[in-house]
Design a protein around this ligand. Structure first.
Ligand code: PBG
Length: 326
């Protein structure tokens, strides 16, 4: 029998050896924590389809920000859940709307320790649950929506958002927001483009988290899960329009798209491990079917390995704490 000459197992023989040859180590800074703030509740409420994740009050977010910052998490991405909704999502552009108020609280609490980020989309604020305004035939009107987005971008920047996450998937949304921000003197506001955002079943628990009013689906604006090439197109368009960061979402079922976008992009590439991805790991772990800590670590390292420079994940604080303890 011929003995193997090349033995990859040599480099796996001990913890110290494996640590020395590891290609990638995840750092807490590369994690972003999504946080929900709900109007009109007096204490934080756990979201049943996202065990361990809460709808927060303007007061309880302070503790979340501090805990994340202490663990070294890089940023907080805020989502607002308003008490009232209307056809155009007025609450999104009201400086006293829940998301904008929450931004002021988080900006005050965060100081320089952690970046303050906001989701820019109308779905939480409209009574029909779509990410944009509707035309007379009930279709999402791209260009009328851009006008709402530009107003929203300026209000968010004024409320303290340093990174604005454009998640609505309207054509031209990055250029429109950039222009409006610059005109208003917010040339330092960073635009994070949810570039390759797919119409995904994995957003299910998020819809509960924001009390979504949506009937139907978002397939006229979010991407078809079958389309890989189009992910590159969307990212390229966003970079041309001035995106500072591009994102792929969801993450785990779209690692090929992430690798493609990462190979093409000259700006940072982020990925969003969405609510359904979190819920799957939590549910399996609660049943004792998988090792929770290992599954969290493996899922996040694989998203980084595929090409994400940073990962939005509901596990951010917990995983950052685990990395620090290690
Ligand atoms: C839009 C938005 C959504 C998510 C992030 N931003 C919902 C959607 O597009 O339907 C989903 C995030 C998640 O599932 O964790 N505001």
């Amino acid at each position: 029998m011929q003995k193997p000459v090349i033995r990859p197992r040599r480099l796996r023989q001990s913890v110290a050896m494996r640590n020395q040859v590891r290609e990638l180590n995840v750092h807490p800074n590369e994690l972003v924590l999504p946080v929900f703030v709900r109007e009109g509740i007096s204490e934080a409420q756990e979201i049943s389809s996202l065990p361990g994740i809460y709808q927060h009050t303007l007061d309880s977010i302070r503790g979340v920000v501090n805990e994340a910052a202490k663990a070294g998490v890089g940023g907080i991405m805020l989502f607002g859940v308003p008490a009232e909704r209307d056809a155009v999502g007025s609450g999104a552009t009201d400086p006293d709307g829940i998301l904008n108020r929450a931004l002021r609280v988080v900006a005050e609490e965060a100081g320089d320790a952690i970046t303050v980020q906001a989701d820019l989309c109308l779905d939480e604020f409209t009574d029909h649950g779509h990410c944009g305004v509707l035309d007379s035939r009930g279709r999402v009107d791209n260009d009328a929506t851009l006008e709402r987005y530009t107003e929203m971008a300026v209000v968010q920047a004024e409320s303290g958002a340093q990174i604005i996450g454009m998640s609505g998937m309207m054509d031209g949304q990055i250029a429109a927001a950039r222009d409006a921000l610059d005109d208003a003197g917010h040339d330092d506001a960073v635009l994070l483009a949810y570039s390759a955002k797919y119409a995904s079943a994995f957003y299910g628990p998020f819809r509960e988290a924001v009390d979504s009013q949506l009937q139907g689906d978002r397939r006229t604006y979010q991407m078809d899960p079958a389309n890989r090439r189009e992910g590159i197109l969307e990212a390229r368009l966003d970079i041309e329009e001035g995106a500072d960061i591009v994102m792929v979402k969801p993450a785990m079922s779209y690692l090929d798209v992430l690798a493609d976008v990462s190979a093409e992009s000259q700006v940072p590439v982020w990925a969003y491990q969405v609510s359904g991805e979190y819920a799957m790991i939590q549910a399996a772990a609660l049943n004792g079917w998988i090792d929770r800590e290992r599954a969290i670590a493996e899922s996040i390292v694989s998203i980084r390995r595929a090409g994400a420079d940073a990962v939005l994940t509901y596990f951010a604080t917990e995983y950052a704490q685990a990395l620090r303890a290690f």
